[in-house]
Design a protein around this ligand. Sequence first.
Ligand SMILES: C[S@@+](CC[C@H](N)C(=O)[O-])C[C@H]1O[C@@H](n2cnc3c(N)ncnc32)[C@H](O)[C@@H]1O
Length: 333
Amino acid sequence: MLYVEILGNLPGLAKGEVKALLELADKGFKIVENDHLFLAVKGNEKAFPFLDRLGMAHEYGILLFSAESVKELYAKAESIDWGEYITGTFKVDREVMRNCAHDVKNLEKKLGAIIYKQGFKVNLSNPNTLVRVYCGRKLWVGVRVRAFKAKSFDERKAHKRPFYKPIALPPRIARAMVNLARARKEVLDPFMGTGGILIEAGLMGLKVYGVDLRKDMVDGARINLEYFRIRDYVLKQGDATKLREIFPDKTFEAVATDPPYGSSATLAGRKREELYEKALMSIYEVLDGHLSIAFPAEFNAEKVAEKIGFEVLEKHYQRVHSSLDRYFYVMIT
Ligand SMILES: C[S@@+](CC[C@H](N)C(=O)[O-])C[C@H]1O[C@@H](n2cnc3c(N)ncnc32)[C@H](O)[C@@H]1O
């Protein structure tokens, strides 16, 4: 068993991202329980290279056991062989979630003492193994495999890139969109803008394809990709409503994209709904797989997409600011 602690700002999207990556790792892997921001997952180390791609998570690890009470937790901790999970020194670190239903005062110390008794050394400042206890509806005990530091995403925020426009998605969300599209080896962003989605995909080792109507965006996205040492890319200046003309012989396994929301500059004089419908039709022609796409809430994407032939699998709401709320959709051809 594994666990993932997701971010709290868009939990639906974050959970969808975990589900998508588990699906990529193995058809049998899945989320089996959800306790606030803690996900218990059926899976094994085969999932690690996929979970390493996560954008909307704090950390993941190996789940050892759950308990309904503190007493049960100590009893289980005494009966397991910690030697299977701890290498070198350890530290117990607890996470008290908003729905914590247990008295976890001094839990780190008491659990630490149980593990110490089995012969393991404590190191509070720089442990080799971090034993994690999550308190929610239940108590969950695991060992951290990887934490995703906010800093590593912050370094890629739009204003830190050499080519900057205030249209770009936050890196964590851009990354989740690539994952929601179930991209294994490649992804296309037909409205790539400054390349935010492509940067995340490129850093995951995927081949990236991008299209934008504007030459300055194509040149700028190239500068940004090169800045992050991403070399396996194909960028084209062109119209997202004519993808078959741009890629006459190519069918993509995944499309992730964030079309313009409405300012006249980014819409290039077209009616927004018409652009969205034509773009969906055009994506459908070149895609054999999943599409992850964001649209403003007023646009009835489900109706339009289903008429074209897509099946809408997921829909996640986000209020961006007072004049923009949007949905992230996951669709399949
Ligand atoms: C919301 S931005 C994309 C932001 C992008 N995710 C980023 O990280 O920068 C939308 C982009 O779509 C482009 N665009 C607008 N109409 C287009 C069309 N018909 N075909 C291709 N690109 C188009 C705009 O030039 C703009 O760069």
